[in-house]
Design a protein. Structure first.
Length: 148
């Protein structure tokens, strides 16, 4: 079963088997206790030439796929932070944060230390808090409990 967006992107696969896009993620996923049972979420996945959050609900008889496009969310997030007077480097960090990239991977991509990344993050959070807001579009687990 597919949601409307899945059908638009992949075509109607009702009562058929698909083996591209999100099904490739599913086929490679060996982390589940029961391979054909339960739910799986693949955040920020690049399939069909775009980024999606993908949710699969699996049973012995069905595999239900939900695609949630992220392009519009990313656009809103980047516009939100553009108005926060961030430096170019801070905006690059924000792009990675919004896309759910880990601190380790951000450091690797930008060739910076963890301490430098922490400095960037603290400056970003401070600028947002100074404007009287709570940071938006950043995964909740990325925002420290002290707020900076």
């Amino acid at each position: 079963m597919q949601n409307k967006l899945c059908s638009e992107i992949c075509g109607d696969y009702s009562n058929k088997t698909c083996d591209t896009g999100c099904m490739e993620l599913y086929a490679r996923d060996k982390s589940q206790q029961w391979q054909n049972w339960g739910s799986r979420v693949y955040n920020n996945s690049f399939v069909h030439n775009d980024y999606y959050d993908i949710t699969l609900l699996c049973s012995d008889d069905y595999l239900i796929t939900f695609l949630q496009p992220l392009k519009a969310r990313y656009k809103m997030a980047f516009a939100y932070y553009k108005d926060k007077k961030l430096t170019k480097r801070e905006m690059i960090v924000i792009r990675y944060l919004v896309q759910g990239v880990s601190n380790r991977d951000i450091c690797e991509q930008l060739s910076i230390s963890k301490a430098t990344l922490k400095t960037h993050l603290n400056k970003i959070y401070k600028k947002v808090h100074d404007s009287g807001e709570v940071p938006k579009y950043i995964p909740h687990n990325r925002i420290s409990s002290r707020g900076a």
